[in-house]
Each structure stands twice: as structure tokens, then as C-alpha cells.
Design a binder for this molecule. Structure first.
Ligand code: DX5
Ligand code: ZN
Length: 216
């Protein structure tokens, strides 16, 4: 399978959000990556339900919602109502991760688990069949435009091996500092979905960059 591209709305121009959403709709992008931050789990606050609903109204592609919040289980239903097609919670933010994944799936959408750069992939080996998507953070979460952590290549490789050996069909997504210099290697290591914020919205022709990232 060719890898998918999920532009991160966090780097969009919020003065012209409609325009940027239309650009993604008309591009080869596959998903909208939507970063929700609570100022507690990560040292930044992004946006919540009103913005998410606005994006959902305009978007013609699935909403990939990345929750960087503590105790995300409190808000799952509300995120589904706001339009999430995939909800990814952080391994580090869930005391009862297995239960949270079951709750997300019971709401009829896909369940993802994100791993901070310091979290070994072995920590998720008991939820390989309960998860539709593993998100490997290749920067410390909280901000767009940070430098890619190169250790992420081997993490993706290891995770891919774990998934293949177990027969899990879960996808691997990579998030943080992804650009044209590392996209191809990430896909070769086993990444199925690449998130890109700055690399897409920081260029003169974002749609063309999405196309190039896809070719990898
Ligand atoms: C960081 C977010 C990312 C971010 C990626 O905490 O999870 O999705 O928007 O932005 P870039 O691609 O600029 O690193
Ligand atoms: Zn993200």
C-alpha cells in the first residue's frame, strides 16, 4: 500500500481556515490531522470542539484526531459527535489504555495509540489487536515546526516487525518534523501514514508538496 498523507491543521492559517481546508480537499491528501492539546499533557493549548465541528463541516476527508490531553476517556463521545473518524490517545495519558481503546471502537470509529519519543514500542505489545493505528511521535508533542528525531526510523522498523509477527493489521503513522528529506525512508521503514504540518503549510505550493510527500 502506498503511504497516506495527513496534513496537520495546526500549521494552517486560522485567518483563512476555509481556504486551507479547501486546498486539502482538492489535494492528494488522505486525512485531516487535527491536534487537540490541553496545556497539561503538553505545554501548549490548541483548540477544541467548536473548531473541530467547523473543520468537519468543510472537510471532505476523514478527521484524524490526535488527543494530547490527560484522561481522554472523559471526552470520547463528544469528539465523535464533533466529527472524529479516528481518535488517537496517548499511551502516557491513559491508565486503562485497553478499556479506552475498546470504548473508542464501541463508538464506531477507529482507535489509535500515540507513543512519545521516550516510550518503547514494546509497551504496546499487549494492545496490538485492539488498535487500528499506532502513532509514533517523532518530536516531543506540543508544537509544530520541530526537528525530526532520527531514532524514530528504528522505532518504526521495530513496530512494523511486531505488527507483522503478530498478524495485526494496525497502521503506523509518524508525526513531527516529517518533510521531503525523511518521507521516503519512513515509508521504507514501514510507515503507512505521514503527518506533515510545517512541511506542507510552510511552502509556497502546499498541494504540490503533498503530492511530493506522497511520492516520497
Ligand atoms: C505536534 C503535533 C503535530 C504537529 C506536526 O505535537 O502532534 O501533529 O502539528 O507539525 P510539524 O509537521 O510541523 O512537525
Ligand atoms: Zn499530531
Amino acid at each position: 500500500m502506498a503511504h497516506l498523507i495527513a496534513p496537520s491543521v495546526l500549521s494552517a492559517d486560522f485567518n483563512n481556515l476555509q481556504q486551507d481546508i479547501r486546498m486539502i480537499n482538492n489535494s492528494e491528501a488522505d486525512w485531516f490531522h487535527v491536534d487537540v492539546m490541553d496545556g497539561v499533557f503538553v505545554p501548549n493549548i490548541s483548540f477544541g470542539f467548536p473548531i473541530l465541528k467547523h473543520i468537519k463541516k468543510l472537510s471532505q476527508k476523514p478527521l484524524d484526531v490526535h488527543l494530547m490531553i490527560i484522561q481522554p476517556e472523559r471526552y470520547l463521545e463528544e469528539f465523535v459527535k464533533a466529527g472524529a473518524d479516528i481518535i488517537t490517545v496517548h499511551y502516557e495519558a491513559c491508565t486503562h489504555l485497553h478499556r479506552t481503546l475498546q470504548s473508542i471502537r464501541s463508538l464506531g470509529i477507529k482507535a489509535g495509540v500515540a507513543l512519545n519519543p521516550h516510550t518503547p514500542v514494546s509497551h504496546v505489545e499487549n494492545v496490538l489487536h485492539d488498535t487500528d493505528l499506532f502513532l509514533v511521535m517523532s518530536v516531543n508533542p506540543g508544537f509544530g515546526g520541530q526537528q525530526f528525531i532520527r531514532q524514530s526510523f528504528s522505532k518504526v522498523t521495530q513496530l512494523k516487525q511486531m505488527l507483522v509477527h503478530s498478524g495485526s493489521k494496525a497502521l503506523i503513522e509518524v508525526d513531527g518534523g516529517v518533510d521531503l528529506s525523511n518521507a521516503k525512508e519512513l515509508a521504507q521503514c514501514g510507515a503507512d501514514v505521514l503527518v506533515a504540518g510545517n512541511a506542507v503549510f510552510g511552502t509556497a505550493d502546499p498541494a504540490a508538496t503533498i503530492q511530493l510527500l506522497k511520492k516520497g
